[in-house]
Write a protein that binds this ligand. Structure first.
Ligand SMILES: *Cc1c(COP(=O)(O)O)cnc(C)c1O
Length: 341
């Protein structure tokens, strides 16, 4: 039996989620006539402590629209970590769609400090440099290894941004993992951020969709970009119903994914040839070193265990609702076979 640790995007909607989708009341969402979409937007706005929210097809579009809302095209600079999703996986979207310069910081596991932001902000009135405009943060960090930003670090970054009149954006693709791991409500993480969003297609297990939240004015403007980018939908209530079902049934259970990730990390730590510090595994992502990542990855796939290479010497394994304890044991057995101990 396969153990799919490639990503938490690999989940299939459960039977109960599919039932909720089938039974959803729907309408034309872009005319605000879909009651299920409207309800989801209200719930996520409240969850994140914002005035309004908009349902979008993907987290990538949440980042694209978030950036576009804040950045004035033509040389504004976005401060973010080197490993951040918009830097690595959005097909150059920040440049193409927002005309943004990216100022990448070398954070620790994707987490940078308020002092590093302070040092990266361009002097005001400097006509030589780009204009600092936006700070973007990932909670949890993805390629950084599923790390959780401490609340005081988030607050410190927001404070520095405010002092320099910079906008702030919270990429909360896995924000609910941080909430469950640390017991801090989502709205506290999102406090002070101009825009924040959560994804429903990661550990929450829905097939499609993410929701971007912010002030009423920003979200009204976001609808304009949603239309422009082709993200406006029609009877999207069938999708929103899956997201609502996920909020009701798939949040607390993220703790199981975290326990499984920790078990995997501890097991990997005992295998010779694996470089990992299991104490850094806080949520559902396990990033670790091996000497030939592509070959190891290929041999694991032959044994039915899917993990993702992040480079020549790094692999990533992600736990989610379709992986149980037995799956973790099977994965560890495959690792021991492949690494020969
Ligand atoms: C997955 C992910 C995204 C993009 O979300 P999609 O729904 O896959 O488009 C953005 N940021 C982070 C940190 C992610 O992990």
């Amino acid at each position: 039996m396969n153990v799919n640790l490639f990503s938490d995007t690999q989940t299939r909607p459960t039977a109960a989620m599919r039932r909720a989708m089938a039974e959803a009341e729907v309408g034309d969402e872009q005319r605000f006539d879909d009651p299920t979409v409207n309800l989801l937007q209200e719930r996520v706005a409240a969850l994140l402590g914002k005035e309004a929210a908009v349902f979008l097809p993907s987290g990538t579009m949440c980042n694209a629209i978030g950036f576009r809302l804040h950045v004035r095209p033509g040389g504004d600079e976005v401060i973010l970590d080197r490993t951040a999703h918009p830097v690595q996986y959005e097909a150059g979207g920040p440049a193409a769609l927002s005309g943004a310069m990216l100022r990448v910081l070398d954070g620790d596991g994707g987490i940078f400090t308020p002092a590093e932001v302070e040092a990266a902000v361009r002097p005001p009135g400097d006509r030589y440099g780009p204009r600092s405009r936006l700070v973007s943060v990932e909670q949890t960090t993805n390629i950084g290894g599923g790390r959780v930003w401490p609340l005081e670090t988030l607050r410190g970054v927001v404070d520095v941004a405010a002092r320099h009149a910079l906008r702030t954006h919270l990429d909360g693709a896995r924000l609910m993992n941080a909430v469950v791991a640390g017991g801090v409500p989502a709205a506290e993480h999102a406090r002070g951020f101009d825009t924040a969003w959560i994804d429903f297609t990661k550990g929450l297990g829905a097939p499609v969709g993410a929701v971007l939240a912010g002030s009423g004015d920003l979200i009204a403007e976001a609808w304009r970009y949603k239309q422009m980018m082709g993200g406006a939908m029609r009877q999207a209530g069938v999708l929103a119903a899956a997201a609502l079902h996920a909020l009701d049934h798939h949040v607390e259970r993220l703790a199981e994914d975290h326990a499984n990730a920790r078990r995997l990390a501890d097991g990997l730590g005992a295998i010779e040839g694996v470089r990992i510090d299991p104490s850094l595994v806080e949520t559902n992502i396990v990033v670790f070193g091996v000497s030939d990542a592509y070959a190891v990855c290929g041999r694991l796939w032959e044994r039915g265990v899917q993990v993702a290479p992040l480079g020549p010497e790094r692999l990533r394994a992600v736990t989610h609702l379709d992986v149980d304890d037995a799956g973790i044991e099977r994965a560890l057995t495959a690792f021991r076979q492949v690494l020969g101990n």
